[in-house]
Structure formats: structure tokens, C-alpha cells
Ligand binder design. Structure first.
Ligand code: FES
Length: 146
């Protein structure tokens, strides 16, 4: 079978789907090639990810990856969430087909983008190098319409 049981499970019953209205950080990333989009919402208390929700307009692997990624960062310090790699997400899903690995990258980047948004909104000093790989795909429209 192409997809593991875990991928199928998270695809069919994704965890933490939805929106956090008063999120502390919101990240949105997209993959230019397939056009899939992922949005991640974080509620952060005392440096800990208190709640996380996501919306994915994308393929099954992207849904499964974001579902798994939210479970992996919930209750963890922000610094740990930043270190979550797409490989770790794919491993937790018992693997993804090679040509579907980019779908798990969306999950990693959506989390990073949401943390970056949180840092910027709260004025928390951070190393922008941590977010360097997001520059291509995430639009900086913070407060443009206020
Ligand atoms: Fe685009 Fe999976 S095919 S995220």
C-alpha cells in the first residue's frame, strides 16, 4: 500500500482542524508547484503552545502532515516547535512516498510562519535566520489594512 495506516488515519480524521479566532500567531504558506495552501493558528501561553489549529487546502498528505504536526507541537515550548522538521513529521506518519515529501514541508513551514508572526506581533527578539527559508512563500501583509 502506498500510504501508511497512520497517514490514512490522519487524512480521514484530521486532528486540530479549524480556526483560532484570537490566535497569537497565524502562518500561511503555499507550495507554488501544486498550489496547495496551509494555514496554522497558534495560541501561546508562557512560551508554551497552548492550542493549535490548522486549515489545509491541499492534498491528503498535506492534511495528514499538518494533523500530525499539530499533535507533535501541542503543549510544547515554542522553541521546540520551531525545530520540528518535515522529516520528523513524515517519520511520525510512518513515512510518505518520496514525491509526497514536499507536502510535509508545508506543515513545517506553516508552523514556522505562525511562530514568526507571533514573535513579530509581540515584539519578541528573534533570529531572522530561523525563518530564512520562508521568504519565498509567505506574504508579509501584517497590518496592511489597519
Ligand atoms: Fe501539494 Fe501535497 S501535493 S501539498
Amino acid at each position: 500500500m502506498l500510504y501508511s495506516e497512520k497517514v490514512m488515519d490522519h487524512f480521514r480524521n484530521p486532528r486540530n482542524v479549524g480556526v483560532i479566532e484570537d490566535a497569537d500567531g497565524v502562518g500561511e504558506v503555499g507550495n507554488a508547484k501544486c498550489g496547495d495552501i496551509m494555514k496554522m493558528y497558534l495560541k501561546i501561553k508562557d512560551g508554551i503552545i497552548d492550542d493549535v489549529k490548522f486549515e489545509t487546502f491541499g492534498c491528503g498528505s498535506a492534511i495528514a502532515s499538518s494533523s500530525m504536526a499539530t499533535e507533535m507541537i501541542k503543549g510544547k515550548p515554542v522553541s521546540e516547535a520551531l525545530q520540528l522538521s518535515n522529516k520528523a513529521v513524515a517519520e511520525a506518519l510512518d513515512g510518505l512516498p518520496a514525491y509526497k515529501m514536499h507536502c510535509s514541508v508545508l506543515a513545517e513551514q506553516a508552523i514556522k510562519s505562525a511562530v514568526q508572526d507571533y514573535y513579530e506581533k509581540k515584539g519578541i527578539p528573534h533570529d531572522s535566520a530561523l525563518f530564512a527559508d520562508l521568504e519565498c512563500c509567505h506574504d508579509h501583509d501584517h497590518g496592511a489594512e489597519e
